[in-house]
Design a binder for this molecule. Structure first.
Ligand code: NAD
Length: 515
């Protein structure tokens, strides 16, 4: 009997024992920095002629991990191994597959701070953000294992003169292509959903977070996923990733990342290559340009707190981050002032220091791009907080607010993916909702209001996959807030929800004549 699903609690870092345990985990990780890893293809450790390194964004001179760069040929072999392993894995009972996810959750839980500490070093998450990422990975394992046991029962169908059944069966080989911003949770979620439903996979983490991806892969091996069922390739998106998607034996692609890459994959999945016998399925979670609307009668302090937490948590590098505060004119100045005050109180610095709120952005390209957007902000609006680099070492950027941004300006329309918040003035409630909906994305959004009619209208008209009323627009919880958006935010796959595993399955109806 499996206990009902419960979200993994976040660590209370006000407790001295928790702080001490996290410090120890950081030391352990520091002792492992700079190691050289391998790819894992069909259960075998595979090296390469050229190597890539990942770096600590707080101090890029520190090498976190060193990886053989997977070639297109490596990716090809991994897909073929996964295809060979597919029939036996597809025949493995659902309960046995679910059991491996429960085991994975246990192991992640047992060594939780170790995985979180890798995220502090490799992508610059602060303690609480890293802890949240690990907790979400545990939740995905626990939740999808239970969901698999439900899907195992098949679908209820009407009985006739025949005995009728309808079962779920897996698809085949999946290319798992992950982003670096939730380097454990999202990689883990997409991978275990595909595996528990009987598919086999090739796992490709994003280039800046290869070590975390590799640590997760080691766990897959330890809990006993059979050889070839999952392979690991540390490759570039446009080389190894592209080959994984293009291979005729790949049956589906589970992708989380930018709009630009997601659209390219959609085209590629639609192109049939010689030897391909199916239409490739694409599950894509893409970018966002998420807005928080503040209504005239809202609790302005709660709104300011929600805006700051959503805009600057993990340096604004969340697809759900608030990058637009859309405030009704009568309270615009008051909200702006409160948000500036809270933003200026944030501590920017090394995320291994537990008092840090805002760490570095994750890479050099990201750093340069965000600074360019801040310069654009000086033209499109008024920079009223932050506005530049922080410190001399590392990719630190001050949390930045640009006021009076026009709703159609680039700062109000393009995903920046950094600690930059655009403030937009709306004439009234109706105008605010129109502005909120006026982007090509539709991922998350929030409304702060005490007007029941306005909240009811937002439920109907605010066109986002994840809407939050009188709370921040980040922090979706597995099971509670199925996550994923509309339009250019992706295929609305609703990770962590009851329909998610269905995306990795097809159905088979069987009618048996009663004799
Ligand atoms: P990205 O699109 O640059 O990369 C994502 C992955 O795609 C990486 O593993 C990369 O190597 C791979 N890739 C790149 N080119 C490829 C190609 N031609 N073929 C195959 N694979 C390729 O995104 P990122 O910078 O890693 O992540 C940030 C983006 O992810 C943001 O846009 C963010 O909004 C989005 N995101 C969305 C969600 C969501 O749930 N909607 C969650 C997290 C992040």
């Amino acid at each position: 009997m499996v206990a009902p699903f419960k979200n993994e609690p976040f660590t209370d870092f006000t407790r001295p024992d928790a702080r001490e345990a996290f410090e120890e985990a950081l030391e352990r990780v520091d002792g492992e920095l700079g190691r050289t890893y391998t790819n894992v293809i069909d259960g075998e450790r595979v090296s390469s002629a050229s190597f890539v390194e990942t770096h600590d964004p707080s101090d890029p001179s520190i090498v976190v991990g060193r990886f053989p760069l997977a070639t297109a040929e490596d990716a090809r072999r991994a897909v073929e191994a996964a295809d060979d392993a597919f029939p036996a894995w597809a025949d493995t009972p659902w309960a046995d597959r679910a059991h491996l996810l429960f085991e994975l959750a246990d192991r992640l839980r047992r060594d939780k701070h170790y995985y979180s500490a890798w995220m502090v070093r490799e992508v610059g998450k602060n303690w609480a953000e890293a802890d949240g990422d690990t907790a979400e990975a545990i939740d995905f394992c626990e939740y999808y294992a239970r969901e698999a046991l439900r899907y195992a029962k098949g679908l209820p169908v009407v009985q006739t003169e025949d005995h009728n059944e309808c079962h779920y069966i897996p698809l085949g080989v999946g290319a798992i292509i992950a982003p670096w911003n939730f380097p454990l949770a999202i990689l883990c979620g997409m991978t275990v959903a595909a595996l528990v439903t009987g598919n086999t996979v090739v796992v490709k983490p994003a280039e800046p977070s290869l070590t975390i991806g590799r640590k997760f892969f080691e766990l897959l091996e330890q809990v006993g996923f059979p050889r070839g069922v999952a392979s690991f390739v540390a490759g570039q998106g446009r080389v190894a990733g592209a080959e994984m998607v293009a291979h005729p034996r790949t049956r589906f692609v589970a992708f989380t990342g930018s709009k630009e890459v997601g659209l390219r994959l959609a085209e590629q999945c639609g192109r049939t290559v010689p030897g391909q016998r199916w239409i490739k399925r694409l599950v894509a979670e893409m970018g966002g340009k998420d807005g928080i609307v503040v209504d005239a009668n809202a609790d302005l302090d709660a709104a300011a707190a929600g805006i700051v937490a959503s805009a600057f948590g993990f340096q604004g590098q969340k697809c759900s981050a608030c990058s637009r505060a859309i405030v009704v004119a009568s309270v615009y100045d008051a909200v702006l002032e409160k948000v500036i005050a809270r933003t200026k109180a944030l501590k920017v610095g090394d995320p291994s220091d537990p008092t840090t709120n805002v760490g570095p952005v994750t890479g050099k390209d990201q750093f340069d791009k965000i600074l360019e957007y801040i310069e654009l902000g000086r033209k499109e609006g008024r920079v009223v907080a932050g506005g530049g680099r922080a410190g001399d070492v590392g990719y630190f950027i001050e949390p930045t607010i640009v006021a009076d941004v026009p709703p159609t300006g680039r700062l109000a329309q393009e995903e920046i993916f950094g600690p930059v918040l655009a403030f937009i003035k709306a004439a009234d409630w109706k105008d605010a909702l129109d502005i909120a909906n006026n982007t090509e994305f539709g991922l998350t959004g929030a409304v702060y209001s005490k007007d029941a009619n306005h909240l009811a209208e937002a439920k109907k008209r605010f066109y986002v996959g994840n809407l939050y009323l009188n709370r921040k627009c980040t922090g979706a919880l597995v099971g509670a807030h199925p996550f994923g958006g509309y339009d250019m935010s992706g295929t609305c796959s609703k990770a962590g929800g009851p329909d998610y595993l269905g995306l990795f399955l097809q159905q088979k109806s069987i009618a048996t004549r009663r004799i």
